[in-house]
Design a protein around this ligand. Structure first.
Ligand code: ZN
Length: 193
């Protein structure tokens, strides 16, 4: 890709190099290997919007991992589980609709908000929030969520419950066989059914 190099003063061939970078995210030092475009002739670093976005994303993901913050995909999937629009979800959480859109496309939410959304994975908690804060929703939004909630809860009660002791044994066996517990349980059930 050719780009204008301000040092050479003309358009030059460019190349992408990898470089360790330290970024400061909310007071936290995050070290990442960033990909940076440079002028092939004088090696000056040139701004590349796409690479810059990727680099920020990489640093944010590390920060998320370190602090247990939900990823954009997780936030979206929790919202969609309840069939909520971004607008309705934002109202329930008392934040702006634009913020939800940003969190779902890569912006970093505060830990407290992330925790709150994480708790909403549990339909019981969503129901509690709806009881407390449901007035912010329109009649239609509220009804839709209530219907969705009762369907989810119905499905949950149909799910097989495994006693704790037995589950521990299954976990142990799964670990020895290098599988996830869910995979092992599914395998066993398939043999029986
Ligand atoms: Zn140059």
């Amino acid at each position: 890709m050719k780009k204008f190099c301000p040092v050479c003063g003309i358009e030059r061939d460019t190349e992408v190099i990898e470089k360790e970078e330290v970024s400061n995210i909310r007071g936290d030092e995050i070290r990442t290997i960033s990909r940076i475009r440079i002028c092939s002739v004088c090696k000056e670093e040139l701004f590349d919007e796409d690479l810059d976005e990727e680099n920020i994303k990489r640093a944010y993901n590390l920060y998320r991992e370190r602090h247990g913050i939900l990823s954009p995909e997780e936030i979206k999937s929790i919202r969609e589980r309840y069939g909520l629009s971004q607008r309705a979800f934002a109202k329930l959480l008392n934040i702006g609709e634009a913020s939800i859109a940003r969190y779902e496309t890569g912006a970093l939410p505060e830990k407290s908000l992330s925790n709150m959304i994480m708790l909403l994975k549990d339909p019981q908690n969503m129901q509690k929030l709806l009881e407390k804060n449901g007035d912010v929703l329109t009649y239609r939004e509220k009804n839709r969520l209530l219907q969705k909630l009762s369907r989810i809860m119905e499905e949950d009660t149909k799910a097989v419950k495994i006693p704790g002791e037995l589950y521990k044994m299954l976990e142990e066996k799964a670990r020895k066989e290098g599988k996830s517990t869910d995979e092992l349980v599914e395998e066993i059930l398939k043999k029986v059914v």
